[in-house]
Write a protein that binds this ligand. Structure first.
Ligand SMILES: NC(=O)c1ccc[n+]([C@@H]2O[C@H](COP(=O)([O-])OP(=O)(O)OC[C@H]3O[C@@H](n4cnc5c(N)ncnc54)[C@H](O)[C@@H]3O)[C@@H](O)[C@H]2O)c1
Length: 342
């Protein structure tokens, strides 16, 4: 896809979306953001432009499920491809409000596909999740391993992938790359972007970093991890700038073939919650209190993805290391104790 193309980024004000917008602007793309700010803030938009040194093509406050308004956005722009991040993302929360998760994630994706079809847009990079694999007994799952989504969030992502597989099988003009990532962490090194979720962060990274600047009182670590090196939950941790780059590279390879292609995105090795707490302690000079609790339904003890296919096909590995992601995350939270909205 040529770098002057126009890309719609849904959820572009969110954590991964904002970093991807910076990456795309930096490579000459015209970027249209669609976001309802349900888990972000309009302030992120000016920060994206400040970091990138370029203006976004346009920004629309739209809930994807509002089909008429979404369609009017496509009316106004010649969109070449869509990168689709918008959705709800917390596995634990999804067990409490499953209907909202299905409504936003599947309903939003269905509405987006309908608007794309109506406007002859057939190229999509989909933000998927390795949680589709569930808790598996062997080592890191590959894309060929069975899907066993164990909570409504994972099931919603799995359903979207099934939908995309059907669309691609039945309508050969469609090309979709689905990127399944495990645990994007870190922030842009400028300290200007990092996510601005209102309320309590549901993910570990902002929770740990937020502790050091007056966030919650203690970290709750899920016990029962299977790794001998850890007694707490173990997660892969890929730097969000590597994830952003991967989306730009995915766009560049959309034209390689038609149909749905699925790739894992991750580092390929895991870090326990305790290792993360210690690393943040080192960069911040502060100690983080924690408590270990039993896993809840839908919690997965260990999630590390095998990124082998991505490396083989694209000749590319995650470039940034654990130290960089801890340093960048701490920098963002030190400068923005209440997130981008502060
Ligand atoms: N962060 C992770 O650990 C992780 C891991 C695997 C997959 N993912 C997936 O990546 C995507 C982005 O994740 P993130 O961490 O950037 O999340 P995020 O919550 O920071 O960003 C999502 C953005 O989508 C917007 N949004 C939500 N519902 C919307 C709707 N109905 N209409 C328009 N905008 C809407 C939110 O306001 C937010 O700006 C999600 O689809 C998530 O499932 C995230």
């Amino acid at each position: 896809m040529p770098t002057h193309s126009t890309i719609m980024v849904t959820g572009g004000a969110g954590f991964i979306g904002s970093h991807t917008c910076v990456e795309l602007l930096g490579h000459g793309y015209e970027v249209i953001v669609v976001d309802d700010y349900s888990n972000s803030s309009p302030q992120v938009v000016s920060r994206i432009q400040r970091v990138a040194g370029r203006f976004l093509g346009a920004v629309y406050e739209v809930d994807l499920r509002d089909r008429r308004t979404l369609s009017s956005v496509f009316d106004r722009h010649h969109v070449d491809a869509v990168v689709h991040f918008a959705g709800k993302k917390a596995a634990g929360e999804s067990a409490l409000i499953p209907i909202e998760y299905y409504d936003v994630n599947i309903g939003g994706t269905t509405a987006l596909l309908a608007a794309m079809q109506e406007h002859g847009v057939h190229q999509l990079v989909f933000s998927s999740s390795s949680s589709i694999h569930g808790d598996i007994d062997k080592g890191p799952p590959t894309e060929q391993d069975p899907d066993r989504p164990s909570n409504p969030y994972a099931a919603s992502k799995w359903t979207c992938e099934q939908m995309l597989a059907d669309v691609c099988r039945l309508r050969p003009e469609y090309t979709v790359l689905s990127l399944r990532y495990v645990n994007p962490v870190g922030t842009h090194p400028s300290g200007l972007l990092g996510g601005a979720p209102p309320g309590e962060p549901a993910h570990l990274r902002p929770s740990v970093a937020g502790m050091g600047v007056g966030g919650r009182e203690r970290i709750v670590a899920i016990g029962g991890g299977k790794s001998a090196a850890a007694t707490s939950g173990v997660r892969d941790g890929i730097h969000v700038m590597d994830v952003a780059e991967a989306h730009r590279i995915a766009l560049e390879h959309l034209d390689d073939s038609t149909g749905l292609r699925v790739f894992n995105l991750g580092v390929g090795s895991g870090t326990s919650v305790f290792e993360l707490l210690m690393a943040f302690g080192e960069v911040s000079g502060r100690t983080t209190p924690y408590e270990v609790v039993d896993p809840q339904p839908g919690d997965v003890a260990e999630r590390v993805a095998d990124p082998g296919a991505t490396t083989r096909e694209r000749g590319r590995r995650a470039a940034r290391d654990f130290a960089a992601l801890c340093r960048d995350t701490w920098c963002f939270h030190r400068l923005n104790p209440t997130g981008c909205a502060g």
